[in-house]
Design a protein around this ligand. Structure first.
Ligand code: 4NP
Length: 164
């Protein structure tokens, strides 16, 4: 008999600019997908922003509403900024867009740069591109972001299933 798998074996950080729209939605959508597949106990998830404007704030009300409409509650999350310690703590640091990716690489040491990836590289249908910033647009932008995040969440859950 195989021993039961216990404990967290992968830590994943989702990163955008403000940590009030894309990365908290990513964290919530991935948590929901892993819970649905019984994989949640294998991972630790968190999100952060490269900027510090929204530290301590809950996600943007439009992000909370759009996520809630898909059964994902992100109201308990609070904004924080990426810190140097994140690069040793987390195994995967997933950027929403190329600016986030470049900012993260500028912070990462040589030994940790391999942890920094684009989240949409895990997408099943997408092209591995960017999650566009919905902050200055309308509600349809949040729906598009959630479509992209849910697709990549399924691919990331496949990766977690294989590698933990
Ligand atoms: P996020 O969106 O990076 O997806 O959280 C933004 C939130 C706030 C700002 C920019 C983008 N801002 O400029 O305050």
């Amino acid at each position: 008999m195989q021993p039961a798998r216990t404990g967290v074996s992968m830590r994943i950080l989702f990163v955008c600019l403000g940590n009030i729209c894309r990365s908290p939605m990513a964290e919530g959508v991935v948590r929901a997908e892993l819970e649905r597949r019984g994989l949640l106990d294998r991972v630790e998830l968190d999100s952060a922003g490269t900027g510090d404007w929204h530290v301590g704030e809950p996600p943007d009300p439009r992000a909370r509403r759009a996520a809630a409409a898909r059964g994902v509650d992100i109201s308990g999350l609070r904004g924080r900024q990426v810190s140097p310690a994140d690069f040793s703590r987390f195994d995967l640091i997933l950027a929403m867009d190329r600016d986030n990716h470049a900012d993260l690489l500028a912070m990462a040491g040589d030994a940790q740069a391999h942890k920094v990836r684009m989240f949409l590289q895990f997408a099943r249908q997408g092209d591995g591109g960017e999650v566009p910033d919905p902050y200055f647009g309308g509600p349809e932008g949040f729906e598009h972001v959630l479509d992209l995040l849910q697709d990549a969440a399924a691919g990331l859950a496949d990766h977690i299933e294989r590698h933990t």
